[in-house]
Design a protein around this ligand. Structure first.
Ligand SMILES: NC(=O)c1ccc[n+]([C@@H]2O[C@H](COP(=O)([O-])OP(=O)(O)OC[C@H]3O[C@@H](n4cnc5c(N)ncnc54)[C@H](O)[C@@H]3O)[C@@H](O)[C@H]2O)c1
Length: 256
């Protein structure tokens, strides 16, 4: 047990199961003394997410579909009633329609493009606006992105476009919220087996390539991501905002 987040209320959005990146971050935050607040989406995830929340000192947990403004408003109203303030927000949410990450990118539909950008990029704007009212000076917002924002990974498709928008969103939010002493950063995570990742065509070969080419010769783990999130959520990163931090065992620096 450490104490880097003692007494801090940290909202972590996007808990599906024990493989979720949100879970890796939640566990680390809890071990560092945070009061963890979690969200999941819909009945299908409810039971599993609530069981996991129980393991973190019966963490508060709420349902929130990030595509619905009224659910976001309700979430922050519930949090204000129970906690008054939040000191950190983790946005670990993305979605694209299955056909848009299985077919060639050129076949992306207008609707599929709008959906991926709404859920995976705009949602950060919406939740940051909701959180701002409750955020104390020194609060930190983080999101999760992927190298597919900068480079082409066959099969990542519209999600790569959404991640590029998400990274630009981080910079614009960092500028807007800097006056209030709120920092906004992203972790660009190396590939890790989760339900979302399984939807990406040829994900297995991406994992194998990382393991053989990354300087550390291994894949990133939930613990790696939890520790880097801890740095960005805590005062250890007090001078860092608008940053896209690669946590990928160094894969992003490699050429051929
Ligand atoms: N797994 C990877 O290899 C990898 C790499 C880099 C970045 N990321 C990013 O990490 C984040 C977390 O994904 P993960 O890999 O842990 O997968 P995951 O499937 O465990 O989590 C994704 C979460 O997004 C939620 N979500 C989707 N649509 C939603 C909506 N409308 N409202 C609310 N929640 C919604 C799901 O319910 C789920 O909890 C995503 O942004 C993902 O793109 C993942």
């Amino acid at each position: 047990m450490g104490a880097l987040l003692t007494g801090r209320n940290i909202l972590i959005m996007g808990l599906r199961n024990k493989w979720s990146i949100a879970w890796g971050i939640a566990k680390t935050a809890y071990e560092q003394g945070a009061n963890v607040i979690l969200t999941y989406q819909g009945e299908r995830e409810e039971e599993g997410a609530k069981e996991l929340a129980a393991d973190l000192g019966n963490a508060a947990i709420y349902n929130c579909d990030i595509s619905r403004d009224e659910e976001i408003d309700q979430l922050f109203s519930n949090i204000e009633t129970r906690f008054e303030k939040i000191h950190g927000l983790v946005h670990a949410i993305a979605h694209a329609k299955r056909e848009d990450i299985q077919n060639n990118f050129i076949f992306t539909s207008r609707e599929g493009f709008a959906h991926a950008l709404d859920i995976s990029a705009y949602s950060l704007v919406a939740v940051s606006r909701g959180a701002k009212k409750l955020m104390a000076e020194g609060a930190s917002i983080i999101t999760l992105t992927y190298l597919g924002a900068d480079r082409v990974f066959t099969g990542y498709n519209v999600m790569g476009v959404a991640k590029a928008a998400l990274e630009a969103t981080v910079r614009y939010l960092a500028n807007d919220l800097g006056n209030s002493g709120i920092r906004v950063n992203a972790i660009s995570a190396g590939p890790i087996k989760t339900i979302s990742a399984k939807g990406v065509k040829d994900f297995g070969s991406i994992l194998d390539t990382v393991e053989s080419k990354a300087p550390l010769k291994r894949r990133v783990t939930l613990e790696d991501l939890g520790k880097s999130a801890l740095y960005l959520l805590s005062d250890l990163s007090s001078g860092v905002t608008g940053e896209i931090m690669h946590v990928d065992c160094g894969f992003n620096i490699m050429g051929v």
